[in-house]
Design a protein around this ligand. Structure first.
Ligand SMILES: NC(=O)c1ccc[n+]([C@@H]2O[C@H](COP(=O)([O-])OP(=O)(O)OC[C@H]3O[C@@H](n4cnc5c(N)ncnc54)[C@H](O)[C@@H]3O)[C@@H](O)[C@H]2O)c1
Length: 462
């Protein structure tokens, strides 16, 4: 169904209702009132305008598609309508261009979905407090789509999740709420997002997109849609295979990061520098891929996604032993870092209690403003429990927004880097920190990222 190709005015994407009705299959619940009226039609609707959904909207708009963004957070639609981005690495200019060219509009009104040829779901898939998959956002979204679902439409789930979600959760909700049959009346597919935030070389167009459909026709329709914005679509045999691919990619990272984190601690006890070892091992032209240690896992994916597989595997009587062990090692890293801060203070003859500590970097990775699940919060809170007075600096996070794991420190503001501290702890290797003269500051420095080359005498790798 290519509604847009018939648009009489492609810049505003307006079609007479009867023309739209003509384009919909006869058994579909076409949006026709019998009178000739003007309505908006969209090539693509994206639900969930966050780190994944917003760039996706802009990519489609840039490729010439007419795009509808839908988010339950009404403030997002207002921001976007004003040509403003609320994500640091997405520029106002890009949003403004897409909006003023009338290629992108955002709304909280799900009824507009009935006029979209394809509906892509990019809503959160977090964990509950008991660390089990929380699919409520996906379920609520499917429920909100269902009454507006039209014959001929394509629905694609992009949210990261366990194998089976598209067919076991999304499909029945859509069918029940719409009276339509997946694979016959509407297309259904799963295609995970691959993002490398903060890396300008990793563009959406250049990152191959894995895609599985409920039927061959579903996969082909989804391939057609994504073919507008990515150079390569990688088809797989089913939605399950595509869901499993995404989890495998993230679990691969989690396990390998756990390995270097474990080796970091072991080698440190032997007086060996893990960073030097990684650099040397990286010269092997085959069979080795470098992963780097750090203060623990962060971000919306790597710390969370393995739990999705662990939960689902149990249903099949399987245990994810290696995956869980990797999780344990990675979640123990903040305490290891705290022990290194204690070492540094101890060597200076200071107790942790009432020591002033400046933490550099809240974001979970360099040069981004994403602080979700950041291990820095665990470190700050652990130090404060021991009586330390902890401040932070992060040029990308001027104030701490309330999140799932940072209640104790939410609302605080970034502080300048000065000599008024008993220790500085570098958690994130933001490029701005390359300009700090740690030698002149003369304060013990604990470095989780091997970032600092001009090192003060009291330097502690962590
Ligand atoms: N951030 C990444 O780098 C990344 C990379 C790959 C995959 N993913 C996956 O993509 C999915 C989305 O992640 P994100 O980082 O974009 O999340 P996000 O929190 O940045 O954005 C999600 C958006 O969905 C909106 N939302 C929530 N419930 C909704 C509903 N019922 N209807 C409409 N909108 C709703 C929220 O208001 C928010 O704007 C997750 O499954 C995540 O695991 C994220």
């Amino acid at each position: 169904m290519k509604i847009q190709s018939e648009a009489t005015d492609s810049r505003t994407s307006r079609l007479p209702v009867d023309a739209l009705a003509r384009r919909l299959p006869e058994d579909g619940a076409a949006t026709t009132t019998g009178r000739v009226d003007w309505i908006e039609t969209y090539d693509v609707a994206v639900i969930g305008l966050g780190y994944v959904g917003l760039p996706l909207c802009l990519a489609f708009a840039k490729a010439g598609a007419i795009v509808l963004g839908v988010d339950t957070d009404t403030s997002k639609a207002l921001h976007l309508a004003a040509g403003k981005s609320y994500i640091k690495h997405i520029s106002d200019a890009d949003v403004h261009t897409a909006v003023s060219d009338k290629r992108f509009t955002a709304t909280a009104d799900f009824s507009a979905l009935r006029n979209a040829a394809a509906i892509l779901i990019c809503v959160p898939t977090p964990l509950t407090p008991n660390r089990v998959p929380d699919l409520s956002y996906v379920e609520n979204t499917a429920r909100a789509i269902a009454p507006h679902l039209q014959a001929g439409q394509l629905v694609v789930l992009e949210s990261t999740t366990y194998p089976g979600t598209t067919e076991e959760i999304v499909l029945p909700i859509l069918e029940r709420g719409s009276g339509l049959k997946a694979g016959r009346d509407f297309h259904l597919a799963y295609s995970p997002e691959r993002e490398d935030p903060g890396n300008p070389r990793s563009t959406l167009r250049e990152i191959p997109k894995v895609l599985g459909g409920l039927t061959d026709a579903c996969r082909e329709r989804a391939t057609e849609v994504y073919g507008r914005i990515v150079r390569e679509v990688v088809p797989v045999s089913s939605c399950r295979a595509a869901e499993a691919t995404k989890l495998m990619e993230n679990i691969f990272r989690s396990v390998n990061i756990a390995l270097v984190n474990e080796l970091k601690v072991i080698y440190a006890s032997m007086g060996i520098d893990i960073w030097e070892v990684i650099q040397a091992a990286s010269t092997k032209p085959f069979g080795y891929m470098a992963f780097y240690p750090g203060p623990g896992l962060g971000g919306h994916c790597i710390p969370i996604d393995p739990f999705y597989l662990t939960w689902k595997a149990l249903e099949h009587g399987q245990h994810t032993r290696l995956i869980e062990l990797a999780g344990e090692i990675n979640t123990s890293m903040p305490e290891y870092v705290v022990s290194r801060v204690i070492d540094a203070l101890n060597d200076a003859g200071k107790p942790v209690r009432r020591s002033r500590i400046l933490v550099l970097g809240l974001a979970y990775k360099a040069n981004v403003d994403d602080d979700r699940e950041s291990p820095t919060y665990a470190i700050m809170q652990s130090l404060e429990k021991r009586g330390a007075i902890v401040s932070y600096n992060d040029p990308h996070v001027p104030t701490i927004r309330e999140g799932r794991s940072n209640h104790a420190v939410a609302g605080r503001a970034s502080q300048p880097v000065t000599a008024d501290y008993d220790a500085i702890l570098l958690c994130t290797n933001h490029r701005e920190y390359g300009a700090i003269d740690f030698v002149s500051l003369g304060i013990p420095l604990i470095d989780c990222r091997n970032m600092v080359t001009q090192r003060p005498p009291a330097y502690y790798p962590a």
